[in-house]
Ligand binder design. Structure first.
Ligand SMILES: [Zn+2]
Length: 225
């Protein structure tokens, strides 16, 4: 289980309304739309809304999410999953909201951020028995808002993100076997088919074996060090 910093907001009408969540039907992914800001800064922004802040049109700002995934992959929880957060209008009552930090206006998530997001989302999908391919949606899918930007502009990357969550869940159901690698016993994931164990090449890497991938020729390279 990953480490989650529970930094719950003060109950208030603008960001933590203390309304019970309905049955969770899905997860909404967002970008914070504020490049290079830290996870905790975004949490503190939600906390600051409690005084009743207004936007340029003079309307009160409502906003929060159940989770924020930061630039180093850290995970903060401003709202418990049992309560409604204000992140995606009509989806708020039955969707968990995740805000994700990003380095620039392109909105692509860094590797560390992405890996944490996949792990967090996989955990949520498992606990609520949701199919990642249909239950994970973008804010864009609810309101047509340009959020999360990179994954609105790059639909294939969005599909891959959902598949990565599904893959993460599948991987945990796969058998673990022990192998001895250069004199050391190691546990690796394996699929057994007709008496043969299929393992990941990457799992064969250690201090004597290097496993890499040639992106140009599109195949793995295994080298004895
Ligand atoms: Zn959003």
């Amino acid at each position: 289980m990953m480490e989650i910093n529970k930094a719950y907001l003060t109950i208030n009408q603008y960001s933590r309304p203390n309304i019970d969540m309905g049955t969770v039907k899905g997860v909404v992914i967002h970008w914070v739309a504020n490049p290079n800001t830290r996870g905790i800064a975004n949490r503190n922004y939600f906390e600051g809304l409690k005084v009743g802040k207004k936007n340029s049109k003079g309307d009160y700002i409502y906003g929060s999410s159940h989770y924020i995934v930061g630039l180093e992959g850290e995970v903060i929880a401003p709202i418990p999953e049992t309560e409604v957060a204000y992140h995606a209008s009509t989806a708020n009552k039955d969707h968990i909201g995740i805000e994700v930090c990003h380095p620039d206006w392109g909105g692509k998530f860094s590797d560390a951020t992405y890996q944490s997001l996949i792990e967090l989302t996989a955990d949520i999908c498992k606990r609520y028995e949701l199919d990642p391919l249909t239950a994970i949606i973008r804010h864009y899918d609810v309101t047509s808002k340009d959020c999360p930007r990179y994954y609105v502009k790059n639909p294939l990357s969005w599909e891959q993100l959902k598949k990565d969550v599904k893959g993460k869940i599948l991987l945990e159901t796969i058998d673990k076997i022990k192998i001895e690698l250069n004199g050391r016993v190691k546990e690796v994931a394996a699929v057994n088919i007709q008496g043969y164990n299929y393992v990941k090449l990457r799992d064969l890497a250690d201090d004597k074996i290097e496993v890499s991938y040639d992106a140009e020729r599109k195949f793995p390279i295994i080298t004895a060090k």
